[in-house]
Design a protein around this ligand. Structure first.
Ligand SMILES: *[C@@H]1O[C@H](CO)[C@@H](O)[C@H](O)[C@H]1NC(C)=O
Ligand SMILES: *[C@@H]1O[C@H](CO)[C@@H](O)[C@H](O)[C@H]1NC(C)=O
Ligand SMILES: [Ca+2]
Length: 140
């Protein structure tokens, strides 16, 4: 049992080598001035990041979704390959895969200002919308 638990812990650590801790995500979102836009709370954004990527900034699970917020390459960034891409954030998608998320947060700000707001994010709609998300933001 002990060995089994240890293996799980080691696997979890290895799998999350690019994951930020929750408080650095909280602080980057705070600094980015996202809180209060259209009434969204800090918890909404952190909940969205958690469910989109588990805070893994290197996540590129589908060919068109990039980084901690799983930002889409059709609308928001340029990956040099998505047909018809709009690049409304004016950034390279690969810059959404490094551990500095200040540009990711800026792009999210642009996304949230669009009519759909955080409704553009499936993880937010599915796991955060209408829920009590305050615990994602506390203690940092
Ligand atoms: C993170 O990136 C921004 C530009 O997107 C830059 O201004 C800032 O200095 C970078 N921060 C660190 C710690 O490298
Ligand atoms: C949300 O949950 C927190 C504890 O996680 C609690 O303190 C708070 O009262 C709750 N807010 C609402 C509106 O239910
Ligand atoms: Ca980045």
């Amino acid at each position: 049992m002990k060995i089994c638990l240890m293996l799980i812990v080691v696997a979890a650590l290895a799998g999350n080598s690019w994951a930020l801790n929750r408080c650095s995500v909280v602080n980057a979102i705070r600094r980015g001035g996202l809180v209060g836009i259209k009434g969204y709370s800090l918890g909404d954004y952190v909940c969205m990041a958690y469910h989109a990527s588990r805070y893994d900034t290197s996540l590129n699970r589908s060919p068109t979704e990039y980084g901690i917020f799983q930002i889409n390459s059709y609308w928001w960034c340029d990956d040099g390959k998505t047909p018809g891409r709009k690049n409304l954030c004016g950034i390279r998608c690969k810059n959404l895969l490094n551990t500095n998320i200040s540009d990711d947060v800026n792009c999210l700000k642009r996304i949230v200002r669009d009519p759909n707001g955080l409704g553009a994010s499936t993880p937010w709609k599915k796991y955060c919308k209408g829920k009590n998300v305050s615990s994602y933001a506390t203690g940092c």
